[in-house]
Design a binder for this molecule. Structure first.
Ligand SMILES: Cc1ncc(COP(=O)(O)O)c(C=O)c1O
Length: 476
């Protein structure tokens, strides 16, 4: 078997290049990506308030978050360290709550869920989306009201569904015909009447990276609208009186910065609402448009204002419903990244520094793709700063890399750091509050870092650092 075959040199052979390998020359020697070269920031010490946590600043040169000096945080908790600005997280929950006062906001736990963030979400009055038995267990363990929980997932096991039904979660989003049958069985068994939504694949692809867009027909999630599967799903749920069909759900992608895609999705969902009304005489009262609201990761990124998006979605849903002759459904949104993302910063200690003459400087830190796999996984971009002090040295084209045995182990592919950066300095990476700790892994047996919450100058460990004992636990 030949794997990783690279075509012979010459552009006419490029279409023979394996999906699993790439010609080393083009990518490794490239100094900066042509399409989006990062420019050296005007101020290498600056903390753009759109990108960094709401309470971030500098005091005596060092970065502070939630009033806590990063040097103190590291002295107490070590590196790598996930720092979560509690006020940032909570205030974004409140922004959502206010913007959707006449609808429902469910924080998508997959972005970053632990017992403490579940409490924050609960206290701020939001609902919670979970998509596994484990996420459900975290929520229930802190007394999250089950009626404010929605259960998602394209392959929920019978045990997961049973737990959700038993707990009395507010909504279960049905993703397959098998699941509808199982829900009917479980509802009978437990004498419950679960409230069910149908996940509809509306064929809208949000403008984002292919690997994280989730609304094509050619994907694992949901019932296709175009093929008629979604209408059939509605038929099957309505045929089971022990299930209550309350609405339709769609999620069109990630890092979305305007409402255009949602408009198309809402219009397509409305056709199904009309069909269900005509065929069954049933008017579904709820519409869940999912999550996917973008945040700025690097200078120049735009982030939609929560209120502007909320007003836009409300206007779209109202217009679409009215023109379809339907009552306006109650709107639910499921933001994850846009609540948790900017609250989080990862602190690393700089280790080895390797200058590749004429190209760039590789700055190695004491974590990498085990605590943040997004860069390696789908080319995510980040902003990072020297955090333990300020510097007025010249900008140095750098690549912030991890300590794992993969050359793709990058935290920030292209960035500018001050040329006097030295071993032992602390570097802070912004925007790591979502999909970093939740996607963390133990590659090369690195223990997962601690998560500390900071507020009013105080820090609290909300998820403790893993130890070597944790790594060995469960092995013969
Ligand atoms: C169904 C659903 N809802 C909400 C989200 C949250 O998306 P985001 O964190 O981009 O807001 C996701 C993310 O994959 C999702 O699949």
């Amino acid at each position: 078997m030949v794997i990783g075959l690279i075509g012979a040199a010459g552009s006419d052979s490029l279409d023979r290049v394996s999906r699993f390998a790439h010609p080393a020359g083009d990518r490794h020697a490239e100094v900066l990506p042509e399409e989006r070269p990062p420019h050296a920031p005007a101020d290498l010490n600056g903390l753009d308030p759109h990108i960094w946590p709401r309470t971030a600043g500098r005091d005596g040169g060092a970065v502070t978050i939630g009033g806590a000096d990063v040097r103190d945080l590291v002295a107490e908790h070590g590196t790598p360290l996930y720092v979560v600005d509690e006020e940032d997280f909570r205030s974004r929950c409140r922004d959502y709550r206010e913007a959707y006062a006449d609808g429902d906001v469910h924080y998508a736990g997959k972005a970053f869920l632990c017992r403490e963030t579940a409490r924050w979400v609960m206290q701020e009055g939001l609902g919670l989306d979970v998509c596994s038995g484990g996420e459900l267990a975290v929520a229930l363990s802190v007394g999250f009201p089950p009626e404010r929980i929605t259960m998602h997932g394209n392959n929920k096991s019978l045990a997961e569904l049973e737990r959700a039904v038993e707990a009395g979660v507010g909504h279960i989003v049905a993703d397959s015909f098998e699941e509808i049958a199982r829900l009917g069985f479980l509802a009978d068994k437990h004498g419950r009447r679960p409230r069910v939504m149908i996940r509809v694949t509306v064929g809208v692809e949000a403008h984002t990276h292919e690997f994280i867009a989730t609304a094509h027909d050619d994907q694992k999630f949901g019932f296709s609208l175009g093929s008629g599967a979604a209408a059939e799903a509605a038929r099957r749920v309505l045929a089971l009186p022990q299930l209550e069909l309350v609405g339709l759900h769609s999620h069109i992608g990630s890092q979305i910065t305007d409402t255009a895609g949602f408009e198309v999705a809402a219009r397509r969902l409305a056709t199904l609402l009309v069909q269900i009304k005509e065929e069954h005489g049933v008017v579904l009262p709820e519409l869940d448009l999912g999550g996917g609201y973008g945040i700025p990761y690097v200078e120049g990124d735009t982030a939609p204002d929560v209120k502007v998006i909320a007003d836009g979605l409300r206007e779209i849903v109202t217009r679409v419903a009215e023109s379809a002759g339907l009552p306006v459904p109650r709107l639910t949104v499921e933001p994850g990244r846009s609540i948790a993302g900017r609250a989080g910063v990862t602190l690393y200690e700089v280790g080895t520094i390797k200058d590749v003459e004429g190209l760039r400087t590789y700055v190695s830190v004491d974590g990498g793709m085990s605590d943040n796999i997004r860069t390696a996984l789908y080319g995510a971009e980040y902003t990072a700063r020297l955090a333990s002090r300020e510097s007025d040295a010249e900008p140095m084209l750098s690549r912030l890399v991890g300590k794992h045995c993969e050359s793709g182990d990058m935290v920030v592919r292209d960035l500018w750091l001050p040329a006097d950066l030295a071993t032992g300095d602390l570097v802070a990476v912004a925007g790591t509050g979502a999909y970093c700790r939740s996607l963390a892994n133990n590659y090369n047996y690195l223990p997962k870092p601690a998560v500390v919450a900071v507020k009013d100058g105080e820090s609290r460990v909300i998820v403790r650092r893993e130890t070597e004992e944790d790594l060995l636990r469960g092995q013969l």
